[in-house]
Design a protein around this ligand. Structure first.
Ligand SMILES: Nc1ncnc2c1ncn2[C@@H]1O[C@H](COP(=O)(O)OP(=O)(O)OP(=O)(O)O)[C@@H](O)[C@H]1O
Ligand SMILES: [Mg+2]
Length: 419
């Protein structure tokens, strides 16, 4: 087995970490100027997965010559252990005056469930008595169980890594691995990763096995493999008869649960035909969706298990009459539609951005609040439409989109030439 590329190309110093410049300088500043009597003795780095939180702590420590004592909060799940591990390291300096230690409490969100009761309290007491700077990381620090902990921490947000940045990192890796690859491939991987650089690098490595050249075709085949795993889960789920096993199957995949809901929703009618079954199944999936909305609005991640139960066992066990049978799975139609409407959406978003630039609103605000009026004006008054196009610096294809039809577009173009 070769080394995972996320390890092989891991940044060693802060200068090699990409993105999040402000957060990185806060991290370095915090470590550099840490004092026992500081009002906030700990720093909490938070943000979505794979954007460099953990690796930045190591890189910063290395740059500054600090030694890291790491406690993975999800490994050692109880009070005594945390106190034994960080507690002792925290007061170690009185015994062994080692200069420059950092305590890293990684993945604090791992502290969940009843066995961890007191875990948060233990961390707080360690922070209070620590002789060393403490850095914590978390994906979602907004869970109410962390509210007291947050008060002891300086909060630093790590944003998703932007797609062009991800692409650059991938390009560099390909160069060093001697892989020829088209920009479009890297763009697809970067977009697909949604800000998770680790996922992008892992995808690239999985795709590149035994290859010296990567094409768009490789990407398509690879994503098809992922889809095959969705089919497997759907098969098990709709064929299952025991609630717990069904829930386990669905929650054990690495398929995103929001995407999974769409797949399940789309495929209910393939599995059931009886009206009562269908009504029950859709009722379950709509309840799952309501929970999901509440979770997102209020950050109540503890409710996620209900979503899983409703969308999997809830839906599957609604089948009481129809016998299990072979099913040809349907791709969720909204995904199909999304790819069909990709060009339109990208034009709309360009128009929104142009409007936003001049009117100081977001791209979606531009589309929502201005575009409908522009469409009316463009239809009614080509002369004014030309002026407006000039003002917003709209390119021809965007003008055409707003105009809606060829004739109107031609009139506006004529007026524009006179401008
Ligand atoms: N900003 C970055 N710059 C360079 N490499 C990165 C960056 N973010 C992630 N990576 C790559 O991804 C790997 C994983 O990053 P890291 O462990 O720091 O993610 P994380 O933010 O701690 O994720 P999680 O929230 O899941 O713990 C790194 O070893 C590195 O190879
Ligand atoms: Mg991490």
């Amino acid at each position: 087995m070769s080394l995972p590329w996320t390890e092989k190309y891991k940044p060693l110093g802060i200068s090699e970490v990409v993105g999040n410049e402000k957060a990185l300088s806060e991290l370095v500043g915090f470590l550099r100027s840490w004092r026992r009597d500081a009002s906030k003795k700990a720093l909490l780095l938070y943000g979505s997965p794979g954007n460099g939180k953990t690796v930045s702590v190591y890189a910063a420590a290395r740059d500054l010559g600090f030694e890291i004592v790491e406690v993975n909060a999800s490994d050692k799940r109880n009070l005594e252990m945390i106190q034994r591990t960080i507690g002792s390291a925290a007061t170690m300096s009185s015994l062994f005056p080692v200069k420059g230690k950092v305590l890293l409490i990684d993945e604090v969100d791992g502290l969940s469930g009843t066995e961890d009761r007191g875990g948060v309290g233990a961390i707080i007491s360690v922070i209070k008595s620590s002789e060393h700077p403490i850095v914590l990381t978390a994906n979602n620090p907004w869970d109410p169980k962390f509210s007291s902990l947050r008060q002891y921490c300086e909060m630093v947000s790590f944003d998703k890594i932007r797609a062009p940045t991800v692409r650059k990192v991938l390009r560099r890796i390909c160069d060093r691995e001697g892989i020829r690859v088209d920009d479009s491939v890297l763009e697809a991987l970067a977009t697909n990763a949604e800000g998770d650089l680790r996922a992008a690098i892992n995808d690239l490595q999985a795709l590149s096995q035994n290859k010296t050249e990567l094409t768009m075709e490789d990407v398509v085949l690879y994503s098809r493999d992922k889809i095959r795993s969705i089919f497997e889960v759907l098969g098990k789920m709709f064929g299952g008869s025991e609630a717990r096993l069904i829930v386990d199957d669905v929650s054990s995949t690495d398929v995103d649960y929001e995407l999974m809901i769409h797949w399940i929703n789309e495929n209910i009618p393939q599995h059931m035909s009886d009206a009562k079954e269908l009504s029950d199944a859709y009722d379950m999936i709509s309840r799952a969706d309501v929970f999901l909305g509440r979770i997102k609005n209020r950050q109540h991640w503890g409710l996620l298990s209900y979503v899983f139960e409703l969308m999997s066992a809830g839906v599957s066990l609604s089948r009481t009459v129809t016998k299990p049978h072979f099913v040809k799975y349907q791709f969720p139609s909204w995904i199909r539609n999304l790819s069909k409407t990709r060009v339109t959406r990208s034009k709309l978003s360009s128009i929104g951005t142009k409007i936003g630039n001049k009117c100081h609103t977001s791209s979606s605000g531009g589309v929502e609040h201005y575009l409908p009026y522009l469409e009316i004006i463009f239809q009614a008054d080509p002369k004014r439409a030309a002026k407006i196009s000039k003002f917003f610096e709209l390119e021809d294809e965007l003008i055409e989109k707003i105009a809606g039809d060829k004739k109107t577009h031609n009139k506006i173009t004529k007026e524009l030439k006179k401008e």
